[in-house]
Design a protein around this ligand. Structure first.
Ligand SMILES: C[S@@+](CC[C@H](N)C(=O)[O-])C[C@H]1O[C@@H](n2cnc3c(N)ncnc32)[C@H](O)[C@@H]1O
Length: 174
């Protein structure tokens, strides 16, 4: 299947899901706020940044799994999410959509071995120094892709930014 067709399938699935649940995808979890990245912007960013050339993509705090679903069209993608209900939503989506390259781990990304990834994505709802400092302490050599401009990781180098409408993706490296 073409990448654009796969994306449309994922887009429609999540649009329907939000309709069924009749709610704006936004609520608190035990560690912060859950909100969703805009799928159309994400798809655009992943094409621009050649995600297909990267080995392993992790979404740190993956919510309902929509980012991992889109990333899995390009490469192996894993979500890590602390909220069990959101993990269930993600796992159901990957099964229903038959996304063989997408998976979700229910847990705290600060306690898991995320260093195997060469690309870590985060949509932060607040400064994420614990993750940024942890990656720095391991001298991690990958790229940190941060959705939005509001919380730049301190001491990291900004390598690139991509813009899609009102959305921005910032690429950082140590
Ligand atoms: C703003 S949402 C982003 C969701 C998704 N990445 C997206 O862009 O659509 C942040 C998510 O990170 C999760 N989260 C925050 N800290 C976490 C941690 N240490 N381990 C696992 N999940 C975490 C929250 O529960 C929330 O669902």
């Amino acid at each position: 299947m073409l990448r654009s067709e796969e994306f449309r399938k994922i887009y429609r699935y999540y649009a329907e899901l939000y309709k069924i649940h009749d709610e704006v995808p936004y609520r608190s979890t035990s560690v912060g706020m859950w909100a969703v990245s805009r799928p159309v912007s994400i798809y655009y960013f992943f094409q621009k940044l050649n995600l297909q050339g990267r080995r392993l993509f992790i979404d740190a705090g993956s919510g309902d799994g929509v980012v991992v679903a889109v990333a899995s069209i390009f490469t192996n993608a894993v979500g890590i999410e602390i909220d069990p209900e959101l993990c269930t939503l993600a796992a159901q989506a990957y099964r229903t959509l038959d996304l063989a390259n997408a998976s979700v781990i229910c847990g705290n990304y600060l306690t898991l071995n995320i260093y195997y990834a060469d690309t870590i994505y985060i949509y932060p709802d607040k400064p994420f120094d614990p993750l940024a400092d942890l990656l720095k302490s391991k001298n991690w050599s990958g790229e940190l892709w941060v959705y939005g401009l509001h919380f730049p990781p301190r001491g990291w180098t900004l390598r690139a930014t991509e813009t899609a409408g009102r959305d921005r993706l910032c690429v950082y490296a140590i």
